[in-house]
Design a protein around this ligand. Structure first.
Ligand SMILES: Cc1cc2nc3c(=O)[nH]c(=O)nc-3n(C[C@H](O)[C@H](O)[C@H](O)COP(=O)(O)OP(=O)(O)OC[C@H]3O[C@@H](n4cnc5c(N)ncnc54)[C@H](O)[C@@H]3O)c2cc1C
Length: 384
């Protein structure tokens, strides 16, 4: 059986769901394929919380996040539901750390009203924290929480409402580039005017040209039950990121009665199909040590979970045409920080698929050089 649609999208994670919503809302005939179920826990877009922040070292990402906030607000209006919870954010580290300074500079550049907090001021406002004498913090008021669990449900419901067909349990087995790209599935072949591949950790399998540029690694989060639950509620405990020997990031109590912590200490290489669900011992140990040292009011481990991060070179995103086929858009907006942009990414992908420009289609989202070399049969292809 062969069917044709205007836009076919592979992958109902953050990127694919947002693209399906944006395109269906514009009246396109859209089909979204998901190999598992919406909200499954094998990829990157699940769980109660992701950090929303403007606090980037790079001013263009800070500006992108501000534009994304507008997109979250319009999605909230259409969904008639809250999707962004403002908590404020803390970037913490030894005073003078270059990345901390850069965050302050870029927040100032976009008029985001950052506040420098001395250790003493930090202790007064947020007594949950114990930091060394030489530390300070940068507070940013617009940081907060967005939720993969809630957002994916809203985006796919709205996409369906606007006429998109969302098929769960249907895997794309093979892609055939062409003027009308074709996708082979277990239930037959689909052709389309435009294909968006937003397959997260499975991108390298579906698009071999990306194998040398994308790396898939296992990450983990830990949840800690606080002694005083009230002290770690979103109104009293901002989301945070540390700038120290390794990056740690965390959340107030939200969705689960525990403080959530992630630490970037090891990056075990894996793939969408061969990954483990076991939390690496080093991650568990570093997380517990971090809590004992900095947040001693929340030490009881409630649960830990694993998640996949697909990184593009430089920690950037790929939102670009397939090297061999302009009718295919490749979307890999992860690198461990993509969720906060979700509704804006949908708009960017819709514009790309329709051949339109978009003010936030940044040059840094282009295809990495290795992928172009591979497509042209250069050195990277020889190793593939
Ligand atoms: C531990 C962790 C913490 C993070 N923290 C933050 C944060 O605080 N703030 C932030 O902004 N971002 C954060 N991120 C990043 C963010 O979660 C990702 O940017 C985002 O979820 C990526 O979504 P995606 O759609 O690209 O990929 P995925 O969510 O993985 O979606 C890809 C989908 O494609 C499907 N698929 C793959 N192959 C096929 C196929 N052949 N056929 C059909 N379907 C297929 C998969 O099943 C999957 O559902 C974090 C990520 C992790 C893992």
């Amino acid at each position: 059986m062969r069917q044709h649609v205007q836009v076919l999208i592979i992958g109902a994670g953050a990127a694919g769901s947002a693209a399906a919503y944006a395109l269906a809302r514009r009246g396109l005939n859209v089909r979204l394929l998901e190999q598992f179920q919406i909200g499954h826990t094998r990829g990157s877009s699940f769980g109660p919380s992701r950090i929303f922040r403007l606090a980037y070292e790079e001013p263009d990402y800070a500006g992108l996040a501000r534009a994304a906030l507008e997109s979250w607000r319009s999605l909230e209006r259409e969904a008639e539901q809250q999707l962004y919870w403002r908590t404020g954010g803390l970037d913490l580290g030894p005073a003078g750390t270059p990345s901390l300074e850069a965050v302050h500079t870029s927040l100032t550049a976009i008029d985001a009203a950052p506040e420098r907090l001395s250790r003493r001021e930090l202790a007064r406002r947020y007594p949950q924290w114990r930091v060394p004498a030489d530390w300070e913090a940068v507070y940013s008021p617009e940081a907060g929480i967005v939720s993969p669990d809630v957002t994916l449900r809203v985006l796919t419901d709205l996409a369906r409402h606007h006429g998109a067909q969302v098929l769960e349990g249907v895997a794309a087995l093979e892609i055939e580039p062409g003027r009308q790209p074709a996708v082979l599935t277990g239930a037959g072949t689909l052709t389309c005017d435009h294909l968006i591949v937003a397959a997260g950790a499975w991108m390298p399998r579906l698009v071999p040209q990306l194998r040398t540029s994308l790396s898939v690694t296992l990450a983990a989060s830990s949840f800690y039950r606080p002694d005083d639950l009230a002290a770690f509620q979103p109104e009293r405990f901002p989301v945070f990121i540390t700038h120290d020997e390794f990056q740690a990031y965390g959340f107030p109590v939200f969705g689960l009665p525990g403080v959530k912590l992630g630490v970037d200490v090891v990056r075990p290489i894996t793939s969408g199909d061969d990954r483990s669900f076991e939390v690496p011992a080093q991650v568990g140990e570093a997380s517990d040590t971090f809590m004992r040292r900095f947040l001693p009011g929340a030490l009881t481990v409630m649960e830990r979970s694993t998640c996949l991060i697909t990184r593009a070179p430089g920690g950037d995103f790929i939102l670009a045409a397939h090297p061999d086929c302009p009718q295919i858009t490749l979307a890999s907006p992860c690198s461990g920080h993509g969720f906060k942009f979700t509704p804006l990414l949908g708009e960017l992908l819709a514009a790309h698929a329709l051949g339109e420009g978009h003010p936030w289609q940044l040059p840094r989202f282009g295809l990495p050089a290795q992928a172009v070399d591979t497509a042209q049969g250069g050195p990277a292809a020889a190793g593939a």
